[in-house]
Design a protein around this ligand. Sequence first.
Ligand code: HSE
Length: 314
Amino acid sequence: MTKLKGLRVFAPATVGNVACGYDVLGFAINEPGDEVVVRETEEFEGLRIVSIHGDPEHQLPYEINKNTAGVSAQMLLDEVGYNGPGIQMKLYKKMPFGTGLGSSSASAVAGVVAVNELLRRPFQKRELLKFAIAAEQVADGAIHGDNVAPCLMGGMVLVRDAKLAEAHRIFLPGGLHAVVIYPEIQVLTKDARDILTASVSLEQHVQQSANLASMIIGFSNSDLELVRRSMRDIIIEPQRAHLIPHFYDVQQAAFDHDALGCSISGAGPAIFALFANSLLAEKAAVQMSKVYKSQKMKHKVYVSPINMTGAHLV
Ligand code: HSE
């Protein structure tokens, strides 16, 4: 039998929620991201994670059913009834976990895309979403696709029904750039979900849904002033802001420098802000970063266009 070469897949970081789209909306950025390398082997049967790089504190499990990269890949193998040679998987974590940039989602997506490629694409890319959503559930116990969907498909994606893996790309005007900044602390998604109140008032629901719908109309019509008025989260952000040091100062710096919107990225502590172009984003990034510099707080900042490709072979 001819031995297949290994292949490597990159899956990008994502900003979940995008302010008013809690659990349903997200977009991908160019960096950071995770990589998965898969290769056929005669040394063992089935799928095994043989190495995890970029996890110095050994926080990530090697067990296939506990690591999101393994879960998504195994689900695909089960669905096709795979009984070929063993598959070894190497996971390269290029972003810290617990930052709100969809780290577990990137692994879930990279894992399933890589195995799909190794098997010569039994599924189209979009069909992999159900595996990645199910795998993401292993990480935080909840079913939502606001990170995995844009990570897989690229662009900004709205997930109408995570259980059905029904997701839709949102039209975006050209030139948009995001600033993503995070203080180097860890906030576990599960913890940031546990603190959320289970009920919202009718008034909050009306305002939040009006903002979400208007923001999407704003993107679709390239009406950035409508986006600017709409990109507000009145429900989740006020409940989580205290988990992020100096959140409101960083947000103010973004708004003072022409951000269309600025809120928590996913469950945090990353903060994202969206800008009409790269120049505005670069300028604002400096000012947002100054907040943490002045507090002598270790942090990382990225400026990126929206990644329109999603996970891909490298
Ligand atoms: N929508 C999720 C949350 C993203 O905010 O909890 C984190 O994975």
